[in-house]
Design a protein around this ligand. Structure first.
Ligand code: ADP
Length: 486
């Protein structure tokens, strides 16, 4: 321990003062003396003592009170209290206010040195620890600052748009890619403002409204100049919501070109296919055909019919996607369900399937296109029949909830592997586990999805391999809905 530490003695008793002074200077401590409170303040402001000793009565005031005041101003300064006689009560109070130790008169030289040295040692250990802690905290803060700076740099430079909202949909953060997407050039005064005030985009509004029902909602935002952003909303606990956006304009354009190509080819194929079928049908009328020729004719007919139904499905899909028949009318949904089940009745009984039909007593009125909704049900119930093995079960149920109708078609078929589930609504996609010999074009669910979207609804599948599949369709109800008997 360096012996040049300064010890401040605040005593007014000359004899005790001299004893301490002599004892401490003899072992090379420096000593400063204060005989009243004014002097004490002056020494403290002019020097930096390593330790202060205050006598129990100092300058006519309680030394404990002065010690307490000192510790409030200098919390890390070791303060010792010199008692004129032992008093456990005062010692307790002294420890309570933060005094490091108490000395009790009379004292010999060794005791004085031991207590002073211990006091300074303890203070120096606390000082070392505090310095180490400050260093550690500063280092970890510095690390956090660097991480935040890195995060800022990433957000500044990524091509994906990022918007963070608080729970009241006010803007907390919008990165440059999102600013560029919405044409918000260098306007930095948007923080804290309602997002719809800053970015009044109708698709964004739908996305934010929808997130209430579907917290992990996914959507597209279109702009007047033809750009399309694929948008994902993700709730962030205790903060609000993150909206991430990718520009998919080029994918949309490719998709449109592909659709146009498919439409043109399908359209141009229809007439020659009709002609082929017509002439093949005429073959046995213009002259006798043998058994083998009849078999070949039959195969040609089956193949041409299958290509024709594929072409028709493609043309249908194009009509639905382009919103060709957008007119809506009040739809007798229960009637349509019953009609579809009737037309598919022979297939249900051929496969000995058990059908459960759960319709509510009354179905609230909804507006839609009856032909398209029939087509949607045809595909969903048709698939359930097609994929469920003999003796299985099919359930068709309808439920009205708040402002939407929930339609669910479930079966005890083979189920759909999780990896396929995300793709089955794409055109021409067929899952990896379809039973052998079960035919199809892979267009049925693409048609279902387009029809549902044209009705501002949503469709999804829940499926477990080996257990079955359930397709759920949500259809919004008319604003002022009236119930119809089911
Ligand atoms: P497909 O003409 O092949 O039936 P869809 O578009 O109707 O075409 O369906 C796409 C794929 O989804 C099907 O090939 C099948 O793999 C799967 N799928 C659809 N419905 C069911 C179902 N009820 N059970 C099992 N798999 C199904």
């Amino acid at each position: 321990m360096p012996k040049s530490d300064l010890v401040l003695l605040a005593f007014d008793d000359v004899q005790i003062l001299q004893l301490f002074d002599r004892t401490l200077t003899a072992v090379s401590f420096r000593v400063a003396v204060a005989r009243n409170r004014l002097a004490l303040d002056r020494v403290l402001s002019e020097s930096n003592p390593a330790l202060v000793i205050i006598s129990q009565n100092f300058d006519g005031v309680d030394g404990l009170e002065i010690a307490s005041g000192l510790l409030e101003r200098f919390p890390t300064l070791p303060v010792l209290l010199l008692l004129l006689q032992d008093s456990p009560d005062i010692v307790k109070k002294a420890i309570h206010v933060g005094v490091s130790d108490c000395l009790v008169s009379p004292l010999n030289v060794d005791e004085i040195l031991k207590i002073v040295e211990n006091g300074i040692k303890r203070a120096s250990r606390i000082g070392d620890w505090t310095r180490r802690e400050v260093k550690r905290t500063t280092a970890s803060l510095q690390l956090r600052v660097e991480e935040l700076q890195e995060f800022d740099t990433i957000l500044e430079h990524i091509e994906d748009g990022v918007i963070i909202l608080d729970n009241q949909s006010n803007l907390l953060l919008i990165n440059p890619a999102a600013r560029r997407a919405f044409g918000l050039w260098q306007d930095y005064t948007v923080k804290g403002k309602p997002v719809m005030e800053v970015l009044p985009n109708p698709d964004l509004k739908i996305l934010l409204d929808e997130k209430i029902n579907n917290p992990l909602s996914h959507n597209e935002i279109s702009f007047a100049d033809g750009r399309v952003l694929s948008t994902q909303c993700t709730p962030i606990p205790k903060i609000g919501m993150a909206i991430t956006m990718q520009d998919i304009t080029h994918l949309k354009q490719l998709d449109r070109l592909k659709n146009e190509f498919v439409y043109t080819v399908s359209h141009d194929l229809r007439s020659p296919l009709t002609a082929i079928l017509g002439y093949v049908d005429l073959l046995d009328r213009v002259g006798p055909v043998n058994e083998q020729q009849r078999d070949f004719i039959h195969r040609v007919q089956v193949s041409v019919k299958s290509i024709t139904s594929l072409v028709n499905a493609l043309l249908e899909l194009d009509r639905i996607e382009t919103g060709f028949d957008a007119q809506k009318e009040v739809v007798p949904l229960a009637g349509i369900i019953r009609y579809v089940l009737e037309t598919l009745g022979s297939q249900i009984s051929d496969k000995k399937l058990k059908l459960h039909l759960n319709l509510p007593m009354e179905i609230p009125q909804m507006r839609g296109n009856p032909i398209r909704l029939r087509q949607m049900l045809d595909n969903l119930i048709g698939n359930a029949i097609k994929y469920t093995p003999e003796g299985g079960e099919i359930t068709v149920e309808v439920e009205a909830q708040n402002d939407q109708l929930i339609l669910r078609i479930s079966d005890t078929g083979p189920g759909i592997p999780p990896a396929d589930q995300a793709h089955i609504f794409e055109k021409f996609y067929r899952a990896s586990n379809i039973p052998k010999g079960v035919g199809g074009s892979g267009l049925g669910l693409a048609i279902v999805k387009s029809i549902v979207e044209n009705h501002q609804g949503r469709v999804w599948v829940d499926s477990l391999v080996g257990i079955g599949s359930a397709f759920t369709v949500l259809l919004p109800l008319s604003k002022q809905s009236v119930s119809q008997p089911a």
